[in-house]
Design a protein around this ligand. Structure first.
Ligand code: URA
Length: 434
């Protein structure tokens, strides 16, 4: 069997066999299938799709490309979480300490920025000294002591996904239900969680732009998890506009700290609380949603959640003094504003354009292995529904020596629309798949 024939078969719209999928995944992971052939097959999958059976085989092959972590010696129900990715999506950094402060054990293997979306690892690496490359034993030790630990995919965990994820990022092959499903679920199944809660983003800044695609993606991932014997649920959440106000690595970390101090933006706080409450129920800590929500609110208000984040940061080598001193994070002094071209109401703020603008400034990558600039990014000073005056600053661009500034300004200008009437408020959580 030759990989070129597998590419041609998918290009022509046929379903691949288990052996063909195994050949691709093992070859991509080990390097015997070169990147140009992997990229060609990925593009064929994007264009031609995969059946549920092919997607399940793809997931299984990616899990088998590495090891599965055994968390059975850590007491408690281990609840994993993963997002399909969005702009300003910093939920995990708020949720992990919040859930842990409620008694949930939350192991979290996160990814880097993908396309126009940011990545939890890139954000956490803004924290001086913070290590995302813990060994499995170190990860388990932090998890046992703190209740949560956020790390990168270890070399041995779904290595084929790690390779394909990086290739997809730079070959315009992200937007595919089977590829996203297999990528996320292979990591979650290998991570060793007992329960998985998924955040499927829907809207302009998500890979799934419309509700029916988002639901199809959620259903695909819930089916894969359930068939593999892991209780899996999904929330579909809004990603039409950036989540919260900050976009860019350090800026988002600051917004997470503010949220854990009870001063965060409403949308981010709502989504994090909704997830944390469900995780408290799924972990068997509370039996109903009302009690779970009260427990989560208490963890936030008492300061236990932010204290938990501080412990996680310290245990992972980071400087926990950032919690009270944001100047210890990488920041840039240079700011420019994108202003309202007229008076009225902000009727829209397209998340993808804002995400791309942030990447232009250096917050994301354009090719595999590019370094990211943790300091740059964008802060939304107004959000949809806000009344604004002519010339009022809408988006604050934090740039380094004008790098990417012109392109970012143009994208920011395109992103925002102003109208005469306030738009209907959008729900943060659009649906659930259980
Ligand atoms: N997150 C992942 O881990 N993989 C994807 O394909 C998309 C988002």
């Amino acid at each position: 069997m030759r990989i070129v024939d597998v590419i041609a078969k998918k290009r022509d719209g046929h379903a691949l066999s288990r052996e063909e999928i195994d050949l691709f995944v093992s070859g991509a992971g080990s390097g015997t299938v070169p990147d140009y052939q992997s990229s060609a097959l990925l593009m064929a999958i994007v264009l031609r799709g995969m059946t549920h059976q092919e997607t399940a085989w793809l997931t299984d092959a990616m899990v088998r490309s590495g090891e599965r972590i055994d968390l059975s010696d850590i007491p408690g129900v281990k609840v994993g979480k993963h997002s399909t990715g969005g702009v300003g999506d910093k939920v995990s950094i708020v949720l992990a300490p919040l859930a842990a402060a409620c008694g949930v054990v939350m192991p979290k293997m996160s990814g880097r920025g993908l396309g126009h979306t940011g990545g939890t690892l890139d954000k956490l690496e803004s924290i001086p000294g913070f290590r995302v490359d813990l060994s499995v034993e170190e990860f388990k030790s932090v998890l046992r002591d703190v209740g949560t630990s956020i790390i990168g995919q270890t070399a041995s965990l779904a290595p084929a996904d790690k390779k394909l994820y990086a290739l997809r990022d730079v070959t315009a092959t992200i937007e595919s239900i089977p590829l996203i499903s297999a990528s996320i679920m292979s990591k979650k199944l290998a991570e060793g969680s007992d329960v998985v809660v998924l955040d499927v983003k829907c809207g302009d800044g998500a890979f799934m732009k419309d509700g029916s695609d988002a639901r199809a993606l959620a259903t695909s991932m819930v089916a894969i998890g359930t068939h593999a014997g892991v209780r899996t649920e999904a929330f579909i959440t809004d990603m039409e506009t950036p989540l919260g106000r900050a976009i860019g690595n350090s800026l988002e970390v600051i917004e997470c700290l503010e949220t854990l101090k009870g001063r965060g933006p409403q949308d981010l706080t709502d989504v994090a609380m909704r997830f944390a409450s469900r995780m408290v129920v799924l972990a068997g800590i509370e039996s109903d949603a009302g009690k779970a929500r009260a427990r989560v609110a208490a963890a936030l208000e008492s300061g236990r959640a932010i204290e938990t984040l501080g412990r996680m940061i310290a245990r992972q080598g980071g400087d926990r003094r950032i919690i009270d001193d944001y100047s210890r994070l990488p920041l840039v002094p240079d700011r420019e504003h994108c202003v309202a071209p007229r008076a009225g109401f902000v009727t829209g703020m397209k998340a993808e354009a804002v995400g791309r603008a942030s990447n232009m400034l250096g917050a994301g990558r354009t090719k595999v292995g590019d370094p990211v600039d943790h300091a740059v990014g964008i802060v939304a000073l107004a959000k949809p529904g806000d009344a604004v005056e002519h010339g009022q600053p809408l988006l604050e661009i934090h740039h380094r020596d004008r790098r990417g500034l012109d392109a970012a300004r143009a994208l920011c200008g395109e992103a925002v629309t102003i109208g005469d009437e306030a738009p209907q408020p959008r729900a943060n959580v659009l649906g659930e798949v259980r």
